[in-house]
Ligand binder design. Structure first.
Ligand code: ATR
Length: 272
C-alpha cells in the first residue's frame, strides 16, 4: 500500500495527517499518511531512506522547505522561483521531484470561493514579504495579475521580492499600506498578524470598499479581524483554511491516484 507523510520539526501541529486520512477514508483508499518528525541534521538521510521503506512521497514543512528543494534531483520552476518546496515525489527511478503547491492552493481557494474574481483583471494588494508571500505573488503573476502593491514592515524584504519577481511588483512603505488598501481588486494578508498568539493586524482599514475581495492566509482564527472588518464593509471574504486544503490536492492525487475534493466535510475533518 502507498505510504506518504509530512516531514517537519516540529510536526505535531501539522493538519496534514488529519486531512489525508479524511480523504483516504472518504475514497476507501488503502494508503497511509503519517507525521514524520525529522531533525534538520538528518533530513538528507530521511529523504534517502523513505523511498526504500515504501514511501511514494512527502509533504515538507518548517524548517525543511528550502533544504528539501536543495536535496531534490528535479525541482519545478515555480518551486525555484518561490525558493521552497512543500511536495516531494519519490520517483520509481530513485529521483526526488520537488514542487511547491502553495500558490496553486492559494489561487484555487479563491477561484472556488469567489468565482467572479478575475486575477488578470486588476491589481492586488499583498501585505507581508515572507515565504508565504512569495508563493502568493508567484501564483498571482502566473494567473495574470497585472500589478501588485506589496507592503512589508521590513521594506528590504519587499524589495528583494520585487527584484526576484520583476516590474509588476510595486513596493509600498508599511506606514503607507492603509493608503493603498483600496487600490486592488484583491487584498491579501500573508503576515502572521492576526494569528492566535500573535499581535493583531493593527492597520487602518477605512479604505477597503465593497467591490474588493479580501483574503487572509491566517486560518486560526478562521474569521480574522481583517476578514470581519472587510465583511462589515461589504467585501467578499475568503478565509485561509482553503489554501491549506487545496495545496494538498496535487500531492494526494499523485501519491494515491485520485484527485480529492475539498468539501465542508474536509474542512470539518481538519478543524475538529
Ligand atoms: P511565512 O513563511 O508564513 O510568510 P515568515 O517568512 O516568517 O512566515 O513571514 C512573516 C511575515 O509576517 C513577514 O512579512 C513579517 O514581516 P517582516 O518581514 O518585517 O518580519 C510579518 N510580520 C510578522 N510579525 C509582524 C509584526 N509584528 N508587524 C508587521 N509584520 C509582521
Amino acid at each position: 500500500i502507498p505510504l506518504a507523510g509530512v516531514i517537519g520539526h516540529p510536526v505535531a501541529h501539522s493538519k496534514s495527517p488529519e486531512l489525508f486520512r479524511h480523504w483516504l477514508e472518504t475514497y476507501g483508499i488503502a494508503g497511509q499518511y503519517v507525521p514524520l518528525h525529522v531533525h534538520p541534521d538528518t533530513l538528507a538521510e530521511a529523504l534517502a531512506t523513505l523511498p526504500k521503506l515504501g514511501f511514494v512521497g512527502a509533504n515538507v514543512t518548517i524548517p525543511h522547505k528550502l533544504r528539501a528543494m536543495e536535496l531534490a534531483d528535479i525541482v519545478t520552476d515555480r518551486a525555484t522561483l518561490i525558493g521552497a518546496a512543500n511536495t516531494l515525489i519519490f520517483r520509481d527511478d530513485g529521483k526526488i521531484h520537488a514542487d511547491n503547491t502553495d500558490g496553486y492552493g492559494f489561487i484555487e481557494n479563491l477561484r472556488r470561493n469567489a468565482p467572479d474574481w478575475d486575477p488578470a483583471a486588476a491589481s492586488a494588494v499583498v501585505l507581508g514579504a515572507g515565504g508565504a508571500a512569495r508563493a502568493v505573488i508567484a501564483a498571482l503573476l502566473e494567473a495574470g495579475t497585472p500589478h501588485i502593491l506589496l507592503s512589508n514592515r521590513t521594506r528590504t524584504k519587499a524589495e528583494a521580492l520585487a527584484r526576484d519577481f520583476g516590474k509588476k511588483i510595486e513596493v509600498v512603505e508599511w506606514v503607507q499600506a492603509p493608503a493603498v488598501l483600496g487600490d486592488g481588486a484583491l487584498v491579501v494578508n500573508t503576515t502572521s498578524l492576526g494569528m492566535a498568539g500573535k499581535p493583531p493586524l493593527r492597520i487602518n482599514l477605512e479604505n477597503l470598499h465593497a467591490d474588493q475581495l479580501v483574503t487572509d492566509l491566517v486560518y486560526n482564527p478562521l474569521r480574522t479581524d481583517l476578514l470581519a472588518a472587510a465583511a462589515s464593509k461589504g467585501c467578499r471574504t475568503v478565509d485561509g483554511l482553503g489554501m491549506l486544503l487545496y495545496q494538498a490536492v496535487p500531492g494526494f492525487e499523485r501519491w494515491f491516484g485520485r484527485r480529492p475534493d475539498v468539501t465542508d466535510a474536509t474542512r470539518d475533518a481538519v478543524l475538529s
